[in-house]
Design a protein around this ligand. Structure first.
Ligand SMILES: Cc1cc2nc3c(=O)[nH]c(=O)nc-3n(C[C@H](O)[C@H](O)[C@H](O)COP(=O)(O)OP(=O)(O)OC[C@H]3O[C@@H](n4cnc5c(N)ncnc54)[C@H](O)[C@@H]3O)c2cc1C
Length: 602
């Protein structure tokens, strides 16, 4: 088993030096989060992950989740961790202090989730969902709902879920049919079924609070008819005792990865006795749920980056220990074998992993910082700009760490040779685990159409302009350093190509060919993502360069900073040129994938 799964040095470099998170403490809302507090929180999260999470990562996968006695049996260490996370304040960390939270900046909370997710991604999922579901209640729920549910959820006693998906409504949520009939006492009788509900039910949990989308009788079809409800597994009586709420767990999904994470099939109202309570406004359910979905998209990105990080450090360790063959420069059979880290092809795979993991983490922190700034900004115009930029980057922050994360873990597995395919090493599990990331929380296809079809045109192109302004800042700084200048120029050139390609595609949309416009949106996502990650690498290299020039660094710090510049070079040599292929595809007018009357896929 590998001994390390993430780098605290890298996390601190990003938080303190690139994104300057402690500056948030200048605002009264985040006043407690100075560097000392952040350091302490990160160290505590790492200790918890080392001692509680990492040790049962593999065991929980082998144990799996089994449907038995009407619930889903999970590894008991998961329950212990959830309880410990509740006691440590991690579940409600982001909530305002007046609601029992710690008012923790999203940047810090996601950094904590990154540490925990790298140690044990399945276990981390449970607490992330409860935190998100509770946030929906405190953002849109009544005072009574807040008092009834939030303390138990924050304590880790009650699980929270997001219950959206139905058999006929996965990507297309506007087709959901779960019904809500006014019961006459202020509650609604809920009837329907939900599938694939993460943490939907499991052994040892007291109660499960489903944040569920349903349609009130007579509501219009489509998304405008969707409302949000709290549907608990057990109704809570005046004296705190429970009455079953007619939510049946019909089964567990047996998945290729995240096998320790319970995924349930729920049936509501078989006995006509399932009661739900409206949260927020009738007909605004999808709008309210978007708060949780947007945060969950960032969380999926964090999970992808975290799993890829665990894979990177496992393969780095292996490459430093495994002797095989000899370097091409010295084939003398009498000499001992070289370590595989000396072979160029293995080094290429390691560098690819590093650039994906650390580039993804940069993008994710860019997003969480925007979220934190939005939270405290008083100037409406600036707040709107942060929001717009965050909206533009969110589909990329969900998709790049997920898709490139798979490539990254696959390369890590390759470094293990045949052992990578075996259960003796963690790579096969990490490879299975990360495969879910491009699927849930909006598939890559859906995220790509969102990016091209909605986000890049937001505010008549204002979102793209704001992004260009941010990229320009990194370019300008890099132009001061001779060795970074070529990369700054290349990033500018890439930005122009992206702009031209975007205009070209919008031209297709303007002809009315909406389907042709979006047919290759996934390639647009790849093109866009490479630009974004290249920008992140330039930002990181700028900071490293500044430190190299001003600090006279030695030892590990020198190696760390130089490796950042090296990674920038690698990303621009090996990944950035791929954009040319994507642009060629996107500008090719021949339509081979749009459905026609004559079916040619057979
Ligand atoms: C392990 C796991 C955990 C999950 N957890 C939750 C949860 O906690 N809560 C919850 O509500 N849901 C959850 N989900 C559901 C998940 O969000 C859906 O599986 C996902 O949104 C895709 O829906 P679907 O499976 O019905 O696929 P479909 O929507 O049927 O999609 C199938 C394929 O068609 C493509 N496609 C669909 N529509 C279009 C379109 N209009 N244009 C182009 N391509 C399209 C998709 O991209 C995909 O490739 C989970 C799923 C899994 C597997």
């Amino acid at each position: 088993m590998a001994s390390e799964y993430m780098s605290m040095d890298n996390l601190r470099f990003l938080m303190y030096e690139v994104f300057e998170t402690p500056e948030l403490a200048n605002h009264p809302f985040y006043a407690e989060y100075n560097k000392d507090t952040i350091d302490m929180m990160l160290d505590t999260a790492k200790q918890l992950s080392d001692n509680m999470l990492f040790p049962f990562f593999e065991e929980a996968d082998r144990y799996g989740t089994e449907y038995r006695d009407g619930t889903i049996q999970i590894h008991p260490s998961t329950n212990k961790f959830i309880k410990a996370a509740g006691e440590g304040g991690w579940i409600g960390a982001a909530a305002p202090a007046k609601l029992g939270g710690m008012q923790m900046p999203s940047t810090l909370l996601n950094a904590v989730h990154f540490i925990m997710g790298a140690a044990n991604n399945s276990a981390m999922g449970y607490i992330g969902l409860t935190g998100g579901a509770a946030r929906l209640i405190y953002s849109f729920g009544t005072k009574e709902q807040q008092e009834k549910y939030i303390p138990k959820m924050f304590a880790g006693d009650w699980q929270g879920t997001m219950a959206l998906t139905e058999p006929q409504a996965g990507s297309s949520l506007s087709d959901l049919v779960t019904s809500a009939t006014p019961a006459g006492d202020g509650s609604y009788r809920i009837k329907g079924q939900k599938i694939f509900i993460s943490s939907g039910d499991y052994s040892g949990v007291e109660n499960v609070v489903h944040l569920m989308l349903a349609r009130i009788d007579g509501a219009p079809k489509g998304s405008k008819g969707i409302s949000l409800f709290i549907v608990p597994k057990h109704r809570i009586n005046e004296d705190g005792s429970f009455t079953s709420n007619d939510v049946t767990t019909a089964g567990a999904f047996h998945k290729m990865g995240q096998s320790g994470y319970a995924t349930s099939h729920l049936i509501m109202g078989e006995k006509d006795d399932c009661h739900g309570h409206l949260v927020g406004e009738e007909g605004r359910g999808l709008h309210h749920m978007f708060q949780m979905m947007n945060a969950a998209r960032i969380s999926v990105g964090v999970t992808g980056a975290a799993i890829a990080s665990a894979a990177y450090y496992a393969s780095l360790q292996y490459a430093n220990e495994r002797p095989q063959g000899r370097r091409i420069t010295n084939r003398d059979i009498n000499l001992p074998q070289s370590l595989i880290i000396e072979h160029a092809d293995v080094r290429r795979m390691l560098m690819l992993q590093k650039t994906i993991v650390e580039g993804s983490l940069g993008l994710l922190m860019e997003c969480t910082k925007l979220h934190d700034l939005m939270e405290i900004e008083e100037d409406e115009e600036k707040k709107k700009n942060y929001d717009m930029l965050l909206e533009l980057l969110t589909p990329v922050a969900k998709t790049y760490p997920s898709e490139a994360g798979i490539v990254s873990v696959s390369n890590g597995l390759q470094i293990f040779g045949g052992y990578g395919f075996c259960k003796d090493f963690p790579l096969e599990q990490l490879y299975r685990d990360i495969r879910i990331c491009p699927l849930y929380e909006g598939t890559t296809g859906i995220q790509s159409m969102d990016l091209l079809g909605r986000k890049v045109t937001m505010g008549n192109g204002k979102a793209l302009m704001l992004l260009a302004g941010e990229v320009q800042k990194a370019v300008q700084e890099a132009m001061n350093y001779d060795d970074l200048k070529p990369y700054a120029k290349e990033l500018m050139r890439q930005g122009q190509l992206l702009q031209e390609t975007t205009q070209y595609l919008i031209g297709i949309a303007m002809t009315g060919d909406k389907e042709g416009f979006l047919a290759d949106a996934n390639f647009y996502m790849e093109l866009f993502s490479i630009n974004i990650i290249a920008w992140q690498w330039l930002k990181q290299a700028n900071v490293a360069k500044r430190a190299l020039l001003t600090e006279n660094p030695q030892g590990d710090r020198l190696q760390f900073l130089e490796s950042k510049i090296h990674a920038l070079k690698f990303y621009f040599k090996y990944e950035v040129p791929k954009t040319a292929g994507f642009i060629t595809i996107l500008k090719d007018t021949e339509q081979l994938t749009v459905a026609r009357e004559k079916e040619l896929i057979c």
